[in-house]
Ligand binder design. Structure first.
Ligand SMILES: Nc1ncnc2c1ncn2[C@@H]1O[C@H](COP(=O)(O)OP(=O)(O)OP(=O)(O)O)[C@@H](O)[C@H]1O
Ligand SMILES: Cc1ncc(CO)c(N)n1
Ligand SMILES: [Mg+2]
Length: 577
């Protein structure tokens, strides 16, 4: 165990070796630290507080609660990317160690390289096994990374042997990295030991003197000062002072292990004391908070922040992450992981919710107001019957009606279609589509340009376009359409002066279209099989008018067509097409 005398000796030997002055660390414009972080700060200013003044100055007038995932991302093309090297152990549970470091850096817009020191078999229950990576191979990883990447900050976590600590210290010295953050990992959140006390001597003697920041939790702080009990804030301050004597420029003793609701971390730079307060989040998902804090500080330093703003921004990020992790249900054990990349959830939701599932084009029912009049049906009655018969999407096509009448009709149809779980599009009229909250529009070549329609409708609405050639289909795709309607495949009474492209024209469009295609024009139960079989690639369905709506029983006609289409698709699937 370390005695006070040996600590003093080590301190004397290394006291002048601070690596860089982070306050002069201005390669990149420092990100404005979040204003809300000021809430955490109860600076002790007995001896003046230049860091706090600097922080407040950098913070400027902004009162907005900064979300680190929404602020400007420094991972920009054509610019030097801020880089962290995490020298740490792997957590198979994905919550702490290397995995936490990479996610935290990614969330904060910093590139993270790694040198893996140990592979742990670990989960939310505890640590089941540890396999140390041979020291020479850790050295090789360090060489690979440091000789190539322009590393701004090295962050260390689990260093399982004294020789490994020495190797890291040598690498940091040799490559003169700009800053070193040491998280003196010893025990996992579960209470399982990750690193034994045998490394303490070398850690104190070789690594801490090089460190710009060391971030012990309470048991680690106690181990670093020779086993003296640390159980309250005065003890934490005393421990920070003793650890500072070992040579690091800043010591942050983390208070997460004390039980109070007001969590206090103590920061000491040899002169000034800072108590950083945060409200304890009531959550079991705290596995990896220490790793996350240290790597977030490293990321902020890499972006150019000075030490105190970097720590405050990192704590702000951690507290937002803890809030977003409260209800995560991952693993069966008592300590779940954090939701580091919570900001990606919206993106994932967006990509999961495809605007249009191409399978919905299978039986595309296009209404016709003349036919409905002839058969004495309202549009919504016709839509209901078609959807109940198996139509998978509906387009409302109205050539004659006044806007107000069309809108009233459209509203009723949207209601019916949505009740039955089917999407409804409006032909030509963006204004009606928006007014009745339809799912999108279908446009012809002489209607509103697709790019304009997309700009007006926004990213969530479906846009379909009538195309007779592969070139038109490509244009539509580039402009932001979702599907292509291609025809007329056969001559049709519904569109008299429409040029017929035939099966071969349809085939060409299907082959050349980057978007799913639905065939249209003169299609009925009699020829649907022939059409679907002739274009197996990219043809997702057929659009029909008269064979549904010019029939005495729409529901029965639709059901009949539906079963024919299904038969072809099932055979094609069985044939592996
Ligand atoms: N429940 C919580 N709510 C808010 N902040 C927390 C909570 N738990 C920990 N923290 C904060 O997270 C940081 C890490 O704290 P802690 O003392 O738990 O580190 P650690 O023991 O090294 O973590 P780890 O278990 O990942 O090794 C500290 O800044 C602490 O204030
Ligand atoms: C690999 C690894 N490093 C650090 C910690 C600290 O929580 C952990 N649990 N696992
Ligand atoms: Mg820790």
């Amino acid at each position: 165990m370390l005695t006070q005398a040996s600590i003093d000796g080590i301190a004397a030997a290394y006291s002048s070796s601070a690596l860089v002055d982070l306050r002069k660390f201005t390669r990149l414009k420092p990100p404005p630290p979040p204003a809300a972080a000021a809430l955490f700060l109860k600076a002790r200013t007995e001896m003046g507080d230049p860091l706090k003044a600097e922080f407040l100055q950098q913070q400027g007038q902004s009162n907005a609660m900064a979300d680190p995932l929404l602020t400007e991302n420094p991972l920009k093309q054509g610019k030097k990317v801020p880089c962290v090297l995490s020298v740490a152990g792997s957590d198979s549970g994905g919550g702490a160690g290397i995995q936490a470091d990479m996610k935290a850096c990614a969330a904060l817009g910093v590139y993270c390289t790694t040198a893996i020191t140990a592979v742990t078999a670990q989960n939310t229950v505890g640590v089941q096994g540890i396999h140390c990576v041979p020291e020479d191979f850790v050295e090789q990883q360090l060489q690979s990374v440091l000789s190539d990447f322009d590393i701004d900050v090295v962050k260390t976590g689990m260093l399982p042997s004294s020789r490994m600590v020495k190797i890291v210290a040598t690498a940091v010295r040799d490559y003169r990295v700009r800053a070193l953050v040491v998280d003196p990992v010893m025990v996992a959140t579960s209470g399982d030991e990750l690193v034994g006390p045998a490394i303490l001597g070398v850690l104190c003697k070789e690594l801490l003197p090089l460190a710009d920041l060391v971030t012990p939790n309470i048991p680690e702080a106690s181990a670093l000062i020779g086993g003296k009990c640390v159980s309250n804030i005065p003890d934490m301050r005393e421990a920070a002072a003793v650890i500072h004597q070992l040579g690091p420029r800043y010591v942050l003793v983390k208070g997460g292990h004390l039980t109070s609701n007001d969590i206090v971390d103590i920061l000491y730079d040899g002169k000034d004391w800072h108590e950083l307060h945060s409200l304890r989040e009531e959550t079991h998902n705290t596995h990896g908070t220490g790793c996350t804090l240290a790597s977030s500080i490293a990321a902020e330093l890499a972006k150019g922040a000075a030490m105190l703003p970097a720590i405050l921004a990192a704590k702000e990020y951690l507290s937002i992450v803890l809030k977003h992790s409260k209800k995560l249900m991952i693993g069966k054990g008592p300590q779940g992981p954090l939701n580091h990349l919570y900001g990606l959830a919206n993106l994932v939701d967006m990509t999961n919710q495809m605007r249009l599932n191409p399978r919905d084009l299978m039986l595309y029912a296009v209404t016709d107001s003349d036919m409905n009049r002839r058969w004495h049906r309202s549009s919504s009655e016709a839509v209901r019957a078609a959807v109940e018969g198996g139509a998978t999407i509906v387009q409302l096509r109205e050539k004659e009606a006044e806007s107000r009448e069309f809108l009233t009709d459209a509203e009723a149809c949207v209601e019916v279609a949505h009740q039955l779980g089917v999407r409804l599009l409006i032909n030509d009229r963006l204004d009606i589509a928006m007014a009745c909250n339809a799912d999108g529009v279908h446009l012809g070549q002489s209607d509103m340009p697709v790019s304009v329609a997309r700009a007006i409708l926004g990213p969530k609405k479906i846009i379909g376009v009538s195309c007779k050639t592969p070139e038109q289909a490509q244009e539509a795709w580039k402009a932001g359409a979702d599907y292509i309607g291609s025809g007329g495949v056969y001559p049709t009474k519904t569109k008299k002066d429409n040029k017929t492209i035939g099966l071969s024209g349809l085939y060409d469009v299907c082959k050349g279209s980057p978007l799913p295609v639905v065939a249209i024009g003169g299609i009925s139960a009699a020829n649907v099989e022939e059409i679907l079989r002739s274009c197996p690639v990219n043809l997702f369905g057929v659009a029909v008018v008269s064979c549904l709506f010019d029939q005495p029983d729409i529901r029965a006609a639709t059901a009949n067509l539906h079963s024919k289409i299904l038969k072809v698709f099932n055979t094609q699937r069985a044939e592996g097409r």
